[in-house]
Design a protein around this ligand. Structure first.
Ligand code: SF4
Length: 323
């Protein structure tokens, strides 16, 4: 369905005389999503996961690699072909409050992609928007309201209605619940799960919330500083994390009880700048299991098995369980 092959997204962030400063937001990512699956992409802020979502929709320029959707190479396309891409794939953003134009009624907001891409007008357009609102659990009473009259959860439902207006196969959901209240988050997640089942949608679900990804996604990839460090079936990765970064992320998930079990020290320090990447393994500056003289010098190998991969020197030369 969606295939990213050795995708690179580099930005030039400053130019002084002949020096070029390059920010390597995504640096050689390969991902394959099957039709109808929910695939999670997790990592800290600054890991590059949102950039992948934007690159898949040409919202940021692709530096190198390939973007393939439904076996069609869409890596380099002209503005007319962009329209075709919009019909295949859409994005739901993190903050529904800023995703909707405050001056436009809900009818106009949801109708916009239909007008641009299908030329639909009049009663047909209004009926289609009402139908979309019904799919996302809102009545036609919302048609003539403005965003400030809606709650956060209702606004996110409107954004989802707009995203599915053109019947896309792929939805890229970039932290779609993180700006919402906890009780509303649960409703939206439940709704997203039902929507996927009803319409056979493919999800690329980008989040730093591991519990949410576990609930929604069959497979997951863990990103750190522009590269995938672990990938596999969600339950396998959560029950038996292999990469030290995945272990650290899982350690940080709070237990639903008053007294938290002692799970050792949390991950130290901040994620380094993608402008000045660490040598060797990108995680070596924070890794509790690093091998001095190896991890800080040599790029770790990518070890694959039938269900995924891990990129770490600790697994060099190993055949992973299940391979
Ligand atoms: Fe840690 Fe070394 Fe593995 Fe990197 S390669 S995650 S530094 S053990």
């Amino acid at each position: 369905m969606l295939a990213l092959e050795d995708l690179k997204v580099h930005f030039e962030v400053g130019r002084k005389s002949k020096e070029r400063t390059v920010l390597k937001a995504v640096d050689g990512v390969t991902l394959k999503l099957e039709k109808g699956e929910a695939f999670g992409l997790v990592g800290e802020s600054g890991s590059g996961k949102s950039t992948i979502g934007k690159a898949a929709l040409h919202l940021v320029p692709i530096t190198d690699g390939r973007l393939v959707i439904d076996q069609e190479d869409l890596t380099r396309i002209d503005p007319r072909a962009e329209k075709k891409l919009r019909r295949k794939a859409q994005m739901v953003f993190q903050d529904p409050h800023s995703a909707l134009n405050p001056r436009m009624t809900i009818l106009r907001s949801v109708a916009e992609p239909l007008v641009l891409h299908t030329g639909m007008r009049g009663a047909e357009l209004r009926n289609r928007v009402a139908e979309l609102l019904e799919i996302v659990g809102l009545s036609s009473q919302f048609l003539y309201r403005y965003p400030h009259e809606l709650s956060g959860g209702q606004k996110q439902r409107v954004c989802i209605a707009r995203a599915i207006a053109l019947n896309p196969d792929l939805l890229i959901l970039d932290e779609p619940t993180s700006a919402l209240d906890v009780s509303v988050q649960a409703q939206i997640l439940e709704f997203l799960k039902k929507l996927q089942a009803d319409f056979g949608l493919t999800y690329l679900f980008i989040s730093h919330n591991l519990a949410v990804v576990r609930y929604l996604c069959r497979r997951v990839a863990v990103m750190y500083l522009g590269v995938i460090v672990e990938e596999g079936e969600t339950e396998a990765v959560f029950n038996n994390p292999r990469h030290p970064y995945t272990k650290a992320l899982l350690k940080a998930v709070p237990y639903p009880q008053a007294v938290q079990p002692d799970r050792g020290p949390p991950l130290a320090g901040d994620i380094p700048s993608p402008i000045n990447l660490p040598s060797g393994c990108r995680f070596h500056t924070r890794c509790p299991e690093r091998i001095d003289g190896v991890c800080d010098v040599e790029t770790p190998p990518t070890v694959r098995d039938v269900s995924g991969l891990v990129r770490c020197h600790l697994f060099a030369g190993e055949t992973l369980p299940g391979s």
